[in-house]
Ligand binder design. Structure first.
Ligand code: FES
Ligand SMILES: [Fe+2]
Length: 380
């Protein structure tokens, strides 16, 4: 499929969305090797901040040291492999001076270059144990536009080079300064992760799935999809004339408070910029807010979706924000519920007998065609 030009582009075979073998291959060749966008730097605001996360069965904790540097450490204790921050008893984020395994109280340092090193292990003096070489494995972590990326592959090149073109598109938005104001996760959504990524990578479905929500002010048909290749894509949808008219008693984008920041190319009218980074994240930026979506597979036919709402600096403190935020959250949740109907419905179709095949793409689905090329490059 990926070898076909866009004009003849078609969907992947259904087994790509259902097969445990394909999933194992993707785990190995994509998720264990790629830079994954997993957090915001502001989630770790100060020295001692930590954030727990799991990446396809790899339990991790991101920490910030006293120099402000981030570390991504394994949460698997080097003694008998207990989770050092079990979700049953510890919050997902907070602050810590050291990391103490709750099983037999082995303690690990979090400072600077010693992060992950064993600080103490009680009652280990009577055996032959080299505590100096004992440390939690560390993984690569980098911050880009305020987003925390991590990579389980120690040999991976820095993400900055691959994302340089996207850097130029996003630089005027200064997203590093934006603030997260709400995050929600939908766990174990019954669909292969690629179904969700594909859904989030085209606006063609505005006219169906989001007919009453997004389509009136961001008509999918007006989307300009940029001719990208490789790991990232962009597209831009201008606000419709409808959205520029005052919405009586409504909550259209024209009524939302907050400073306008401008979108897309400087010549673009106001609208929504979508920036996607394969394999698992999409960002939708409008003048007053941004919706950041990331997906994490949890099995061949399940995934977690996490959505974070970001606002430009100053908006949080602006008058009216207290009323604006619940409205915005409700709008995002409603759109997400609409997307979940589509994502679940597509997975049911993919799992049906006889298996469907050869679904054809619109020109608006160019990012899906690009996604296939990206996957072919990683998997074949
Ligand atoms: S497993 Fe962590 S201290 Fe024993
Ligand atoms: Fe959608």
């Amino acid at each position: 499929m990926s070898a076909l030009p866009l004009e003849q582009g078609e969907t992947l075979p259904p087994a790509a969305y259902t097969s445990p073998e394909m999933y194992a291959h993707e785990t190995e060749r994509v998720f264990a090797r790629e830079w994954l966008c997993v957090a915001r730097a502001e989630d770790l605001p100060e020295p001692g901040s930590y954030l727990r996360l799991d990446v396809l069965g790899t339990p991790l904790v991101i920490t910030r040291d006293e120099d402000g540097d981030l570390h991504a450490l394994s949460r698997v204790c080097r003694h008998r492999f207990m989770d050092v921050l079990p979700p049953e008893t510890t919050p997902r984020q907070g602050t810590l001076r050291r990391l103490t395994c709750p099983y037999h109280t082995w303690t690990y340092r979090l400072n600077g270059r010693f992060a992950g090193r064993l600080a103490g292990a009680p009652l280990m003096k009577e055996v032959d144990f080299d505590s100096g070489s004992c440390r939690l494995p560390a993984h690569r972590v980098e911050v880009w536009h305020g987003f925390v990326f991590l990579n389980l592959d120690p040999d991976a090149a820095s993400p900055a080079a691959e994302l340089a073109g996207l850097d130029r598109v996003l630089s005027s938005h200064r997203l590093a300064d934006w603030e997260s104001v709400a995050t929600q996760t939908w766990t174990d959504v019954p669909a292969n992760w690629k179904v969700a990524v594909e859904n989030g990578s085209e606006n063609y479905h505005h006219m169906g799935t989001h007919a009453a929500t997004l389509e009136p002010y961001l008509p999918g048909r007006d989307t300009r999809v940029d001719a990208c290749d490789g790991r990232w894509f962009t597209m831009f949808t201008p606000f419709s004339d409808f959205s520029r008219a005052p919405a009586p008693g409504g909550t259209g984008p024209g009524e939302e408070p907050g400073p306008a920041t401008g979108q897309g190319a400087s010549s673009d009218p106001p609208g929504m910029l979508i920036a996607g980074i394969f394999p698992q994240t999409v960002l939708a930026v409008v003048p007053d807010n941004a919706v950041w979506i990331r997906w994490m597979p949890t099995g061949p036919t399940t995934h977690d979706t996490t959505i974070t709402l970001l606002v430009p600096p100053g908006v949080r403190q602006a008058p009216g924000f207290e009323e604006y935020l619940p409205q915005l959250r409700e709008q995002v949740n409603r759109i997400q519920e609409e997307d979940l109907v589509a994502v679940r419905g597509v997975q049911r179709g993919l799992s049906s007998r006889p298996a469907p095949s050869h679904g054809r793409f619109s020109h608006l689905e160019r990012p899906l065609w690009q996604f296939q090329r990206y996957l072919a490059d990683k998997l074949l």
